[in-house]
Ligand binder design. Sequence first.
Ligand SMILES: Nc1ncnc2c1ncn2[C@@H]1O[C@H](COP(=O)(O)OP(=O)(O)OP(=O)(O)O)[C@@H](O)[C@H]1O
Length: 243
Amino acid sequence: MTLVTVTNLSVAYGAHVVLRDVELAVSSGEIVTIVGPNGSGKTSLLRAIIGASPPAKGSVQLKPGLKIGYVPQRLHIDPTLPITVERFMRLTAPVDRRGCRDALDAVGMPDLLTRQMSQLSGGQFQRVLLARALINAPDILLLDEATQGLDQPGSAAFYRQIETVREQTGCAVLMISHDLHVVMSASDRVVCLNGHVCCQGTPAVVASAPEYRALFGAGTGGALALYRHDHDHHHDTRPKAAE
Ligand SMILES: Nc1ncnc2c1ncn2[C@@H]1O[C@H](COP(=O)(O)OP(=O)(O)OP(=O)(O)O)[C@@H](O)[C@H]1O
């Protein structure tokens, strides 16, 4: 069943059009990763899906009654503010201690309930955000660079957790990531965005591409050259060798 259908979507901030003619559909249980260079409109697309950026053109259709869990790119909590994990989780959701504990269990952090938010490591903090997003049993999780600031093993562990959550709850996942090499194995589909969808494919297609090895150490520019697809246009960000 299709949960999210984005049709011919354009998003603009004033006269600045940042997304043009984007088509995207996410089905139940699917893990879809959006990659693309800085400023390519990834966050704007997620914001359009949650209704925070009205379309300049086109539409976003959500399955009626769709429950969305959103994990933001970053969330700053004043380190001098005394707030436990439980209180933090209950700020935005009507949930009891049991519900908080279950959500923390689901992200593999059952013992954090009484800890201070300020005492958490980066990885623990992100998992608490994930747990908070899971409280209402969402049909789809939207993650905006949820592993920002984590090291590679931390990111890999986080994405494994996402896969586990998907297996256990059946929720779909639409996430933005720059960690292509870690995220690929966890994704059913990778969508490359650069103001529009320039290409997409399964990780298997990506992994079997000869250019795949160029990813490691090649940065985002290399990553964008990886996908097997037919280009009928050019991007300044594409390395010359990929032309
Ligand atoms: N609220 C806003 N007002 C005006 N311009 C904005 C706003 N939010 C984003 N933009 C612009 O829209 C473009 C796309 O931004 P967006 O945050 O969607 O990109 P992104 O791909 O998520 O980038 P990054 O990888 O750096 O997070 C950028 O040029 C950005 O400056």
